[in-house]
Design a protein around this ligand. Structure first.
Ligand code: ATP
Length: 583
């Protein structure tokens, strides 16, 4: 196949914004193409060379492309830069430059689809010293032999700007239109959702029809498109949707990961199917240890944790770990993470996606040996509003966003790539943001671990309740301390150390060390939430819960001007909670 025939189709696609028309144009192209070429056409049309989860990526830096174009055409870099500034699109720039330098390309060798594809793949794969020159030379060769309209698309794909406006769904629709019937659309979609490889789906559908498509299964190493959730705002609505009963799980706020494990190799994919493996060697190691099968695909949420308090930290902390190529060891120490697994999609040769959720959960429980760093999602089958609310409060107190409700019906298969009511997210509605600092009394402490070994890792902080003259706990505080402050804390505190909780301290938590309330710290939190484990204003909002400060941070200010009974009162925290809830 000649590349110019594909370019003609691109021009037709660019001249319409109607999805139906695009589908017709592509279906016609697929029907008239040799099956051996379908895969490459599909990739190139999407502006890629291999499925998105594979490492080969195009996207030459603009500066390099500019030099390449100069090399291929003899135009000056300044001339190209001027035109680029005016046009903004390297495709148009390339087309215009080629037209004006026509004598350079008088006798080009016609470009074939295979040559274009293979050259681009070699460009994407070239690495190491001297690879920039190699990439430029290979691309310059292609440009040299291309017509001006071919060059427009070569420039765009090489610089990662293909943007024909053709969505994956449009390609799936046109493949179904070309090789099957409308009724078979869902089979085509499923094949894509379990393989995440549009090119493969096209090739198999063209050469082996629907039967061949039915043979496409989940494969370790090919990420599946993630199953997604709908949203509802009350437990009543959720129960109604779920026929009165569902599995409720903590909804962790972190990074979704799909782990593919085989022969002692673990590959981690993001929700967008990017390969995250190199940034998370600690997760790879702990998953290797935890996984007891031969091969499998498990899914979970990777959350940042404070190793001292064991508490889950704000999501942003884990984002420091993403996409890192350097400083990974330091990042692992600075931003430690833990994984909470919630699904098992494949185990020891068996595709489990068609199994019900309870069966998949059983498989997950069997193949994972839970550890400090690899845990399962907290999960409970519930059938009434009170229990759901209670579990929801617990989830918030544990630093989660709320709950995920999941169908446990017989047809609760893993619907890769689909958003539906089989999974429903129920996020915190009791959330209120804190925009003022509070002053809390130190009533206890927890021994530090890791970098904080030998020091206090976190402090137990309390409000004061003047109504009953009690100190009521509101958070575990581990953030915001610099090394010097941490080092001086034992000196500051140990004179008030006690063998048990002070009689005026009301705590459900068991601190490692107790103090007579004396020192007051200024603390800023992200928000206030209900919590069954903190005693501040316990029972005031809900019978079984107190108030907790989420993501508390020491501002650096010791309120030496305040005695412990001058600390923020439990009543103040309660009115902050209520006021902020209204807003
Ligand atoms: P969406 O994923 O629905 O497009 P989003 O990216 O904003 O929206 P959320 O609204 O946070 O995500 O809800 C879904 C996400 O919740 C999942 O993609 C997953 O990353 C996360 N999650 C946390 N805990 C669980 C759990 N127990 N089960 C499933 N997903 C969970």
């Amino acid at each position: 196949m000649l590349y110019k025939d594909l370019v003609r189709v691109y021009e037709a696609l660019e001249s319409t914004s109607s999805r139906l028309e695009m589908t017709d144009i592509l279906a016609e192209l697929f029907r008239s193409t040799d099956c051996a070429h379908i895969r490459r056409i599909v990739y190139l049309t999407k502006g890629i060379l291999v499925p998105e989860f594979c490492p080969e990526k195009l996207g030459l830096a603009d500066r390099l492309y500019l030099r390449t174009l100069a090399m291929a055409t003899g135009a000056s870099e300044a001339e190209i830069r001027d035109l680029w500034a005016r046009e903004g699109d390297p495709g148009i720039v390339t087309e215009k430059i080629l037209k004006s330098k026509r004598q350079m390309t008088l006798f080009p060798t016609p470009l074939t689809l295979d040559r274009v594809y293979e050259s681009l793949l070699n460009i994407a794969r070239a690495e190491g010293s001297g690879s920039q020159e190699v990439k430029m030379r290979m691309l310059a060769d292609l440009l040299h032999d291309s017509t001006s309209s071919e060059a427009r698309y070569l420039a765009r794909i090489a610089t990662g700007r293909m943007r024909l406006g053709v969505a994956a769904q449009t390609i799936l629709d046109s493949l179904a239109q070309a090789f099957a019937t409308k009724e078979d659309k869902s089979a085509v979609e499923r094949a894509f959702n379990v393989t995440s490889d549009l090119g493969l789906v096209g090739e198999v559908l063209c050469s082996e029809g629907l039967e061949g498509l039915g043979q496409l299964h989940v494969v370790v190493g090919n990420p599946l498109r993630a199953m997604l959730a709908e949203r509802l705002t009350s437990p009543e609505e959720i129960l109604e949707r779920m026929n009165g009963r569902a599995m409720f799980e903590y909804k962790y706020d972190g990074l979704r990961i799909q782990a593919h494990i085989k022969d002692d190799t673990v590959t981690l994919y993001s929700r967008r199917l990017e390969d995250l493996t190199t940034g998370f060697p600690d997760v790879v190691e702990s998953l290797k240890k935890a996984f007891q099968g031969k091969s499998g695909i498990v899914e979970g949420e990777c959350v940042p944790v404070d190793v001292n308090t064991g508490e889950i930290l704000p999501f942003q902390e884990v984002s420091h770990r993403r996409g890192r190529k350097h400083g990974i060891t330091t990042a692992i120490e600075e931003y430690p993470v833990r994984v909470h697994l919630f699904d098992c999609l494949y185990l020891d040769g068996k595709d489990l996606t068609m199994y019900s959720l309870p069966d998949r959960r059983t498989a997950l429980t069997r193949c994972i040996e839970v550890s400090e760093d690899v845990r399962l999602s907290e999960a409970r089958v519930l059938d009434n509003v009170d229990d759901i609310e209670k579990f929801f409060t617990e989830a918030l107190a544990a630093g989660c966003e709320g709950l995920m409700a999941k169908s446990i019906d017989d047809d609760s298969a893993y619907r890769a790539g689909a958003r539906g009511y089989q999974w429903i997210k129920y996020k915190r509605e009791y959330r209120s943001e804190m925009n003022d600092t509070v002053d809390l009394a130190i009533v206890g402490a927890f021994h530090g671990r890791g970098r904080r070994g030998g020091l206090y890792g976190a402090l137990l902080m309390a409000t004061y309740n003047p109504e009953n003259d009690r100190f009521e706990t509101a958070c575990k505080l581990g953030s915001g301390f610099d090394d010097a402050t941490l080092a001086e804390l034992p000196d500051r505190l140990d004179h008030s150390r006690l063998p048990h909780a002070h009689s005026l301290v009301n705590s459900k938590m068991d601190a490692d060390v107790w103090f007579e309330p004396s020192i007051v710290l200024e603390v800023l939190g992200a928000e206030l939430s209900l919590s069954p484990i903190h005693t501040c204003a316990f029972g005031k909002i809900r019978e079984d819960a107190g108030l907790a400060i989420r993501f508390p941070r020491f501002t650096g200010t010791f309120r030496d001007d305040k005695g412990p009974r001058d600390a923020t009162t439990s009543q103040e925290l309660l009115s902050m909670y209520e006021a902020q809830r209204k807003t």
